[in-house]
Design a binder for this molecule. Structure first.
Ligand code: FAD
Length: 478
């Protein structure tokens, strides 16, 4: 790409320099310790090695899996050995006329935002935390609150460099190795390690989001709101998953658009519309006792959240930090779930079965005694791909503390989701049964075939891929 302007941010920006220095110091070490991802279940004692240019993959002995920031919830990036992308933290090129950026795969959303928001550019799709690497984002094909209008991150990926199990590095794009391009986006790290990513950013005039929120009293009202406001760019609903009967599905529907400079005229934000907030966060210093998160405390939280908005409708502005990453202000917020951890159950159901399917699932949850602390609903638009999670429909994400009987209950929900033609998100999964995988992901055999071609010895494996049988049986591998 000859038109790109080369920039060396790590050399000039003191913050990036510090970041880069501390990560590179870490990079020279092998971390053999207990590892978990965000749900803190499961855990594995295994070495995490840092990627080094020119490293000999044969030295890894046995199997390995790429690892980014460990923000998947379950075991997707845990394995016999983990190859960390954290040393891959440089921006390589940026074209200020087109907004196309090329960076290493360990660059995070936080790095992207801090570097490009002041220049008037924003990630085209963002998950609900900014502590996610670009490699991890592509491997899960992450979605945001705008999937129904703009798709997942894969819609904005121009190309990436992928290191295969053999050590060979190949460029993948919609035209170069298109099969591998498709299998890697949503492929949960199993095709190889993404080293660099070329991504289209989105133009913005301000760092603020124009908000519109509407309270809804029940499930039907909520679905009507999603249908009424389907042209809004960002939408998400928080739901009180413990409400029953005629209140089931009540919550708050939150919509957002990037505010323009004209929108901000006359407000306190107009003076510095592309402002980045100062880094402020609070730490949860230890695992909460398991008893702290019980049905009563969850009910209290859900009630408080529902009633904190008095009016039926409100309008206003929010900084992108508060709108997209409300929980990032609390470091280690996963500790509130205690030592046993939690799992996020996220599924999608096609629109034709959405109303009934969701109602059925919400009723089962309310009856089960397994309360979800945080429950959010979004909509997805059409999606191409092999192992990508999104499909047109409604997607619900629920956070369940791990306790006795939970996994059996989630197995029951898996059956309901499958019966409605839906699927469960692999990046949040830690417990699904292998027989569900091909029901949820009908192109699984094609994916397995691609893995068999690029990694015949099955060197790249995760706890998840082993648990779910994501590779061909060895006798079938050529
Ligand atoms: C609070 C919170 C909110 C979230 N909100 C959303 C959301 O709104 N939408 C959404 O889609 N997801 C969401 N997620 C999930 C998160 O975006 C994904 O799990 C993402 O993949 C995590 O990236 P990571 O860098 O932490 O990678 P990890 O968690 O370390 O790894 C995740 C997967 O990516 C693979 N991987 C990592 N790096 C590479 C690489 N360089 N090359 C190849 N494969 C790689 C791993 O092998 C693994 O399969 C959320 C997570 C949290 C904790």
């Amino acid at each position: 790409m000859t038109y790109m302007v080369q920039i060396k941010m790590a050399a000039f920006d003191p913050l990036s320099y510090y970041f880069s220095f501390s990560l590179r110091t870490f990079a020279s070490k092998t971390c053999w310790m207990k590892h978990t991802n965000w749900g803190k279940y499961p855990s594995i004692e295994a070495p995490e090695l840092s990627f080094r240019e020119g490293m000999n993959l044969d030295d890894l002995n046995g199997s390995w899996i790429p690892r980014g920031m460990g923000r998947c919830y379950g075991d997707s990036s845990l394995g016999e050995k983990m190859l960390s992308s954290r040393s891959l933290n440089r921006f390589l090129a940026f074209d200020p006329t087109t907004g196309i950026v090329r960076c290493e795969a360990g660059v995070t959303y936080e790095d992207l935002l801090e570097t490009f928001v002041p220049k008037g550019w924003f990630p085209p799709v963002t998950p609900g935390t900014k502590f996610v690497s670009m490699g991890g984002a592509l491997a899960s094909d992450v979605h945001g609150k705008n999937h129904h209008k703009e798709g997942s991150i894969s819609s904005f990926v121009k190309s990436f460099d992928l290191m295969l199990a053999s050590g060979e590095i190949v460029e993948c794009s919609p035209t170069a190795r298109p099969d591998l391009f498709q299998a890697t986006l949503g492929g949960m790290g199993l095709t190889g390690m993404i080293l660099t990513v070329t991504l289209q950013l989105k133009r913005i005039e301000s760092a603020y989001i124009k908000l519109h929120s509407v309270k809804n009293r029940n499930w039907d009202e909520l679905i009507d709101l999603f249908e009424q406001y389907q042209d809004v760019t960002y939408s998400v609903a928080w739901i009180d998953s413990l409400a029953r009967g005629k209140h089931a599905g009540r919550g708050v529907f939150l919509m957002g658009e990037h505010a323009t400079e004209a929108d901000l005229q006359g407000t306190k934000y107009a003076k510095n519309p592309l402002a980045i907030p100062s880094k402020k966060s609070f730490n949860i210093p230890f695992d909460f006792p398991t008893i702290a998160l019980n049905r009563l405390s969850m009910k209290a939280f859900n009630l408080f959240y529902y009633h904190k908005q008095f009016k039926k409708e409100t309008h206003g502005f929010a900084h992108y930090e508060g709108y997209f990453y409300p929980l990032d202000i609390l470091d280690n917020w996963n500790r509130i779930y205690g030592k046993r951890g939690f799992t996020q159950y996220q599924f999608v159901i096609p629109p034709e079965n959405g109303r009934e399917g969701m109602r059925d699932i919400l009723n089962r949850i309310a009856r089960s005694g397994h309360g979800s602390f945080l429950t959010v609903l979004k909509t997805f638009g059409h999606q191409e791909g092999l192992m990508n999670f999104p499909m047109k429909g409604y997607t619900l994400a629920l956070d369940f503390p791990i306790r006795k009987g939970l996994f059996a209950f989630l197995d029951e929900l898996d059956q309901v989701v499958a019966a409605h033609g839906g699927r469960v998100y692999l990046t949040k999964d830690a417990r699904m049964a292998p027989e569900m995988l091909s029901r949820f992901y009908p192109q699984l055999d094609k994916f397995k075939g691609i893995l068999a071609e690029v990694d015949p010895a099955q060197r790249i494996r995760s706890m998840q891929s082993e648990r779910l049988g994501m590779h061909q049986e060895r006798s079938r591998v050529r």
